[in-house]
Design a protein around this ligand. Sequence first.
Ligand SMILES: Nc1ncnc2c1ncn2[C@@H]1O[C@H](COP(=O)(O)OP(=O)(O)OP(=O)(O)O)[C@@H](O)[C@H]1O
Length: 576
Amino acid sequence: MKKQSSTSRLFSYFKEYKPQIFIIIVCVIIYTLGRTISPFMSGYIIDNYILVGDLPGLLPAVLLVLAIFLSTSISGLIQNRVMIKIAGKAIRNLRHDLFARLEGLSLKYFDSVSIGELMSRFTNDIDNISVTLNQSLLEIVSSVLVLLGILVFMLFLNIKLALVTIISTPITLILSNILAKKTRASFAASQQKLGELNGYIEENISSEKVIIAYGMQEDTINRFSKVNDDLVKISIKAQTTAGLMAPFMNGISNINLAIIAAYGSYLTLHNQATVGLVVIFINFARQFFQPLNQLANLYNQIQLALTGAERVFEVMDEVPDIQNSPNSIPAEDFEGVVDISHLDFSYVEGNPILKDINLHVEKGKMFGIIGPTGSGKSTIMNLLPRFYDYQGGKITIDNTLIKDFKIDDLRNRIGMVLQDTVIFTGTIKENIKFGNLDANDDDVIEAAKAANIHDYIMTLPNKYETMLDSNASALSAGQKQLLTIARTIISKPDILILDEATSNIDTRTEIKIQEAMNNMMRGRTSFVIAHRLKTILHADQIVVLKDGSIFEQGTHKELLEKNGFYAELYRNQFSI
Ligand SMILES: Nc1ncnc2c1ncn2[C@@H]1O[C@H](COP(=O)(O)OP(=O)(O)OP(=O)(O)O)[C@@H](O)[C@H]1O
């Protein structure tokens, strides 16, 4: 049932190519007629021209056969060319829809799948669909049509011989159906294993530095071999079961030919059939089993494509858990008053991460958040732009629930500089403009100046046009941080979330980053997650989180006077 719906969804990608499909249908009809008539022609020529010695009539008959062969080949050629074009476009649209769906999903989904597993839907699964659409689909259609055409022709010519020819078909269909069911399950399992293998490769390549540093190469290879072996076992099982299909079909087809030849000879000897008719039926039997054989040979490919389609549509059917409500209101700009009250949140049900958090942040004020690792600092900030939705309590901005704003507007008004700096493949200018695609070159320079990175960019031979890749090896960790600050500045947010980088950055760059952050925070409501207290000494309010709850709150001065966790942390950091 599910497989069928995947198939019809796949075909819906061809809806917009009606004229091309019309051309294909015409060609398929000519092609099918050609393949159905040609076996008949040789027997017809034997009985009506060769055996009766009508040589003058032979030439036009042979020319007719040639014409049939030629039009069959030409229509085959045209149908393939047109099909390749529209299949290519359909695959492009399918890939686009899959990518667009992924872009619309929330972080919760990405927490639950590996990147490699997702990548294999774009590569293996879509490739399998593509190969089937390009190479197998028309074969399947014309095979089925030829099968039906030949059946009608045979019944029309001689019912007895026709019945002998098709007698083995039901057995063939039943047995192939049993094989099909077995193979399908093995193919699905092998595709899943392949996704797992891709996930493993992706994880290891992206962590290569750590693997080398810890000398874990051998262990990594051993674990890879285990997944690789599992994949091979499952694939061999799938291919072996599927591989039974073709020899099985061939065997039945050959037995059938022998039966027709024997029965045909018997009828000829008893003057119930001509030699030509028996030749026609032997040809028909071959032609009849050829499409069945073809279907069997294409079987593996079809199974892979159907499993691929299922896996692709499975991702497309994911419903984003965070969506606009029908009454979502636009947010052009925020004043920046943020209220968090009685907030409860867990990533996984039953494992609370934030418990009864209450915060009030005034417009334009700076709010520092500190706490031990894992205390929930980043989690609070994940909730503000709705990367995840909270389960209890509420968050409002300017007295409106964040759930009531249009999600894009909400996120556009909140700027983030995260610990992990992300650089995209493109020029420095493009990387900064990622924050605001409408910005012009002057805006880019202004943002880079405010982020303290302009002077460095000007020392590069290609300046703002310098190409970066996702590793951005041309930039140091600190410079990458400055670049992402420029990207945030250019987006002109009303509320800022700054997650201080923990990586070691030299003092000069640290000062530059601090200055850039200060430039950015001026006049904006800002949340700063700090690992070094130095960053937030002047914050208007500081909150200390511990195990997902607020432990202490106040200004730097008030917290020192309390002489609690913050005061101890302060003494530790500054005595060093
Ligand atoms: N996507 C996630 N899925 C499940 N649990 C998560 C997820 N992200 C974080 N957690 C868990 O939530 C808790 C709080 O994590 P969070 O990242 O908010 O801590 P943090 O205070 O910012 O830590 P750090 O200072 O190390 O960055 C941790 O126990 C963490 O394991």
